[in-house]
Design a protein around this ligand. Structure first.
Ligand code: FE2
Length: 244
């Protein structure tokens, strides 16, 4: 899952390079959504009339769903050509996610992805937070069974509970933010990183493990730097009672 800002200036060659990079990852399935850097900034005509043309030359859609045995991911396009870098979540998008989540099967980790973060840890990042009815989104998505809301945009990796006194949600749900994966745009003191999300397999039922892999310049490799265990509370449904 690439949560946007896969190019610097939304140029054709940059999208081609991004596509080649994604192909080299050789993953069975990939979802890519645009970030604010993936729509033209200076070419106003392109920005107004065909903002996603270059993105769509290389990637099939600006939003999408991945649905497999253990995983349901709903990825949204939160960029808006009319805005410079702020992203917006609409009521329609909130309800579209709820509709997708209602189709989830038992045992699937349920993940929503936006480009801009749904929640921020630091006051100085508040202006970069996603805009729109966020409290409504969190309540509706938690109610519909979402476990994680992924985001990027601010170059700062963290895992943050979305349930609490301020947002009393029906169930536990977390924001999981990606840092800068491979570009040179990193925040001071924060290395390049990617998140690896583990679910199922040898993990205890209902446990989701968020691993942050940081780039170690001297080793020229990513290595596991931190692991956060999240108890989603999911348990398999009880088998029907036997009545002779
Ligand atoms: Fe961004």
């Amino acid at each position: 899952m690439l949560s946007g800002d896969i190019t610097q200036r939304a140029r054709r060659a940059q999208f081609r390079a991004a596509r080649e990079f994604v192909d080299r990852l050789n993953t069975p399935s990939t979802l890519v959504i645009p970030g604010n850097h993936d729509i033209p900034l200076f070419n106003l005509a392109a920005r107004l009339f065909w903002p996603y043309a270059n993105f769509l030359r290389e990637f099939p859609s600006v939003s999408g769903v991945h649905d497999s045995t253990r995983l349901l991911v709903v990825a949204l396009n939160t960029t808006r050509p009319s805005r410079h870098k702020n992203g917006v979540l609409s009521h329609e998008q909130i309800e579209a996610v709820v509709a997708q989540l209602s189709q989830a099967r038992p045992g699937q980790l349920r993940v929503v992805v936006t480009h801009q973060p749904i929640a921020v840890e630091r006051a100085e990042d508040e202006h970069d937070r996603l805009r729109g009815p966020l409290r409504e989104a969190m309540q509706r998505w938690a109610e519909a069974g979402a476990d994680l809301v992924l985001g990027g945009h601010i170059h700062l990796p963290y895992v943050m509970p979305l349930f609490g006194a301020e947002t009393p949600l029906k169930r536990r749900m977390w924001a999981v933010q990606a840092g800068t994966s491979v570009s040179q745009r990193v925040r001071e003191g924060i290395p390049n990183s990617v998140n690896l999300i583990r679910w199922g397999g040898v993990l205890p039922l209902g446990l989701c493990l968020i691993e942050r892999w940081d780039y170690l310049a001297e080793a020229r490799a990513f290595a596991r730097a931190r692991a956060t265990a999240l108890d989603t509370g999911w348990l398999p449904p009880e088998p029907p009672a036997f009545s002779p």
